[in-house]
Design a binder for this molecule. Structure first.
Ligand code: ATP
Length: 244
């Protein structure tokens, strides 16, 4: 479970996050939806302890991310916006390295990496250096790295950005599976259709604030619109975020 309470972050003159609060429950996929520059990435970075909030708090399974960042990180798997892979390492080496950082070793680590290779359908690429990997292949490596320690909470920044239809479907299937295992999944997207396809719960962020929070159905009802697409436009006050 992840709970953000009144998060606020400024970078110099720019207020990236003004006031963001939401709770993401276990066994549920929560989508942070908002146009470019809304503050989604900064919010996620505060949740995964890369950026310290100026104000507000966040807890991951009741662990405060500011007071106990290392403990909070143990309960998190993160797919960051910049996938940040090491070109000279193979896909398997990435997963093993991060597994070791999380205290896994020996047969347990081998088994876990093999499971992820199966789950992410990476057999053909797992022993190649990631230099030259396609966008979809890079996302798979980053996902394997994020999930190697079996985290109870998973944060993903625009996980399907740049992926083709097949890879997008594979990522969606994976996220649903993680949800069905009872994990707490939070992902950000600026594409409404992406959120609509996956989420039980949508937190709409615009100009650093939460402007709507609920099920897609509740969002539709609150705006009095027939489609989620129209509800999204009505909520954020612009057509940014709709696929053309
Ligand atoms: N390190 C930084 N220094 C200065 N400004 C920043 C920094 N990080 C974010 N910002 C600014 O804060 C605002 C929110 O950015 P953020 O990346 O959180 O938005 P986002 O919703 O993730 O957008 P996108 O969908 O385009 O990735 C933007 O105006 C951005 O330029």
């Amino acid at each position: 479970m992840i709970r953000a309470t009144n998060l606020h972050k400024r970078f110099g003159a720019v207020t990236a996050v003004e006031d963001v609060s939401f709770t993401a429950e276990d066994g549920m996929i929560t989508g942070l939806l908002g146009p470019n520059g809304a503050g989604k990435t900064t919010t996620l970075r505060m949740l995964y302890t890369l950026v310290r909030p100026d104000k507000g708090t966040a807890v991951v399974d009741d662990v405060d991310v500011v007071a106990r960042p290392q403990d909070a990180r143990r309960g998190l798997g993160v797919l960051p916006d910049t996938r940040g892979l090491y070109p000279r390492l193979t896909a398997r080496e990435h997963a093993r390295y991060f597994g070791e950082l999380h205290g896994l070793s020996g047969a347990a680590l081998d088994k876990r990496v093999d499971e992820l290779v199966d789950l992410l359908d990476m057999k053909d690429i797992v022993d190649r250096r990631v230099e030259g990997f396609s966008q979809g292949e890079r996302v798979k490596v980053a996902l394997a790295r994020a999930l190697v320690h079996g985290p109870r909470n998973v944060l993903l920044d625009e996980p399907t950005n740049g992926l083709d239809v097949m890879s997008t479907r594979a990522v969606r299937t994976l996220l649903r599976r993680l949800r069905d295992e009872g994990r707490c999944i939070v992902f950000s997207s600026h594409v409404m259709q992406e959120v609509a396809a996956l989420c039980e719960r949508v937190v709409v962020v615009a100009h650093g604030r939460v402007v709507a929070d609920g099920t897609p159905e509740a969002l539709r009802q609150a705006t009095g619109k027939d489609s989620l697409e129209e509800a999204f436009v009505a909520t954020i006050g612009s057509e940014q975020g709709l696929m053309q």
